[in-house]
Design a protein around this ligand. Structure first.
Ligand SMILES: *Cc1c(COP(=O)(O)O)cnc(C)c1O
Length: 413
């Protein structure tokens, strides 16, 4: 394939079986699954793919590195229950997620809670649950001192550090420079003194530099920098570091030209770091926290074509779902330039790609666009449009009530 053409194609989406021209999820043909669900639009998540992804990571990463699921990527209760069984811990970002994680059977000892602006009630719930609280400001130290005394319980804490470096190549930077997340690295020594005075149970550090990175090299560089920074800060800690969360940021390919992450390379880097940690921080457990990398490729969004229209030479496939269920695929969830997610006609997978069409939703806004002039099999009303790479940041990250259309359903198969 000439390079200029390779630039424009999506990474192959071969995670789901295809039989008789139909995509299969959890071994069920898409049209049958749609009938079983009883409506379109819906999201379907494939349990076997969740298992496969975790096993792939376990093979690539050193055994000593703990794998956490950042549940904001997909908080569907049944899926969180599967993940709670598969991984070593769940990372939550609100009291609402904390409840979901505990309901799903997560062990509180392995739940950690991060996020700016934690409300006092949330901190109370977190102390009572005995989860690890990632402190993001001096205010949280003062509150936790009082809450721990009132409840007669230890407040388990780690410091979320806003590092003095950024994650190169990240789709979304969440560390480095001025940030609402964490405590600036240069202020951490003073915060550690405050934590010691307040008598909180210090356990370690949390460094999260950014999200959706497809360059193994820059993820490795960030992990090395995070490790070095944690070592420096550990000198000011009131007790040995027991937990060192090096972040995550592992991306998945969404757009034409993007390729899957080189996991082997990250595995080698972490093996090296975990060897060094045995010497430098002998009591510390290294943690990686992943959201979309664990669940994103295991899910699809399915919407039915309601109408097929031609307007001045362009074909529009108008569907019963769109932006209100899948904001990210419409290009309105943090994208600077809109690009197409991988989209196909799920019941005509083997048909030749003969038509350029735009897939749109039913909302009265031009933003409701799931595919912009994509080459697709010839499709008719009644056919099922599939948006791949939809297992993360789907319904919970979309404005479902916008324009008053029915909500979508989620199934785990
Ligand atoms: C959002 C978030 C994650 C998950 O990000 P992904 O890109 O889905 O892997 C992990 N950790 C923290 C602190 C986050 O805010």
């Amino acid at each position: 394939m000439p390079p200029e053409r390779a630039e424009r194609v999506h990474a192959p989406m071969q995670q789901f079986a295809v039989r008789n021209g139909e995509l299969h999820v959890g071994d069920i043909a898409l049209t049958q699954l749609a009938a079983r669900v009883g409506q379109t639009p819906f999201y379907a998540y494939d349990r076997a793919l969740l298992h496969a992804r975790v096993h792939e990571l376990r093979r690539a990463l050193p055994a000593a590195v703990k794998l956490h699921y950042a549940m904001k990527a997909n908080p569907m209760p049944a899926l969180v229950a599967v993940m709670a069984d598969l991984v070593d811990g769940i990372d939550v970002a609100s009291a609402g997620e904390l409840k979901l994680a505990l309901d799903a059977g997560a062990n509180p000892a392995e739940v950690s809670f991060a996020g700016p602006g934690k409300r006092e009630t949330e901190l109370r719930q977190a102390v009572a649950a005995q989860v690890l609280i990632n402190i993001e400001s001096a205010r949280e130290v003062d509150l936790l001192e009082r809450i721990a005394a009132e409840q007669g319980l230890a407040a388990r804490v780690a410091v979320r550090v806003n590092p003095d470096f950024a994650l190169k190549g990240a789709g979304m930077k969440m560390g480095g420079g001025p940030q609402q997340f964490g405590v600036d690295a240069e202020q951490v020594p003073q915060l550690l003194t405050q934590i010691a005075r307040a008598g909180l149970a210090f356990e370690g550090f949390h460094l999260f530099a950014g999200s959706q990175n497809l360059q193994a090299q820059s993820i490795c560089a960030a992990q090395l920098q995070a490790y070095a920074l944690a070592l420096r800060l550990a000198q000011h800690a009131p007790s040995p570091v027991r937990s060192l969360n090096l972040g995550g940021g592992f991306g998945i390919p969404y757009f034409p030209g993007e390729q899957r992450l080189d996991l082997a390379r990250i595995g080698e880097n972490l093996a090296e770091l975990s060897l060094r940690a045995q010497h430098d921080l002998p009591q510390a457990e290294l943690v990686i926290e992943l959201g979309r990398y664990l669940v994103g490729e295991a899910g699809i969004y399915v919407t039915r074509i309601v109408d097929r229209k031609q307007s001045r030479g362009q074909v529009f496939l108008v569907c019963d779902g769109g932006l209100h269920h899948h904001l990210a695929a419409s290009g309105n969830f943090g994208q600077v330039i809109r690009k197409n997610y991988p989209v196909t006609i799920g019941n005509r997978i083997d048909s030749p790609l003969t038509e350029v069409a735009s897939v749109v939703g039913p909302l009265c806004t031009p933003l409701d666009l799931l595919a912009d002039q994509m080459t697709l099999p010839l499709a008719q009303a009644g056919d099922l449009v599939v948006v791949f790479q939809s297992g993360a940041y789907g319904p919970s990250a979309s404005p479902q009530t916008f324009l008053g259309h029915p909500p979508c359903v989620e199934v785990l198969v």
